[in-house]
Design a protein around this ligand. Structure first.
Ligand SMILES: O=P(O)(O)OC[C@H]1O[C@H](OP(=O)(O)OP(=O)(O)O)[C@H](O)[C@@H]1O
Ligand SMILES: Nc1ncnc2[nH]cnc12
Length: 181
């Protein structure tokens, strides 16, 4: 296992009791580790090495934090997807979809300003975690709606139990959730 994956494992913690409703993943230790901050953008970008990407799509908030690091590495920009967000001005044209139930059973309105994605763009989705896949699927729908191409989904932790959708969404990860147990 390389040093970035090792640090991701050692700075991660589960909070609460496994049988408890409050049992949660705490990834904040990642952001506090300078080595992770320095190298994670390159590691995530490397999951799609050799593929042409000209925009990174990152959902608020941890996806846009990581997305900015990946975009910096690739020399491209970031299209931030808001959750239950609104256009800032009535004149803003906005793409929006509703997600299926996510890991907290929420149906989120996910959206972004239309000018953030253009037909012909090649979009790489970035996030910290994929669980039900509902938010990733919603972002995929936004990318398709805009006419951009979906290159794939680069995530830190894969906790997705839908192999068919993993393939369809081209999900690649640095860790599987079982690496954190
Ligand atoms: O696979 P799913 O079940 O759709 O869940 C995955 C999403 O859930 C988490 O975000 P959350 O909405 O908790 O927001 P945060 O990044 O602001 O913590 C995570 O960062 C992913 O974006
Ligand atoms: N089980 C989980 N813990 C923390 N963040 C998540 N995002 C999606 N699923 C998650």
């Amino acid at each position: 296992m390389d040093i970035v994956r090792e640090r991701l494992r050692s700075t991660f913690r589960w909070v609460g009791d496994r049988t408890d409703r409050g049992f949660q993943a705490d990834v904040t230790g990642w952001w506090r580790d300078p080595l992770v901050v320095e190298r994670i953008g390159r590691s995530l970008a490397g999951l799609f090495d050799g593929e042409q990407v000209n925009v990174v799509v990152g959902p608020e908030s941890r996806g846009s934090l990581l997305g900015a690091l990946v975009a910096r590495e690739l020399g491209v920009g970031l299209a931030e997807v808001r959750k239950d967000g609104e256009p800032l001005a009535d004149s803003d044209r906005w793409w929006e979809v509703s997600s299926g139930p996510d890991y907290r059973d929420r149906h989120l309105r996910m959206g972004l300003r239309r000018s953030m994605l253009r037909a012909g763009d090649r979009a790489l989705f970035v996030d910290d975690w994929i669980d039900t896949g509902a938010q990733t699927a919603a972002c995929h729908a936004l990318v398709e709606m805009s006419g951009a191409r979906w290159v794939g989904a680069a995530v830190v932790v894969d906790a997705f139990d839908r192999p068919d959708l993993r393939r369809a969404l081209r999900v690649r990860s640095l860790l599987h959730v079982r690496d954190l147990r």
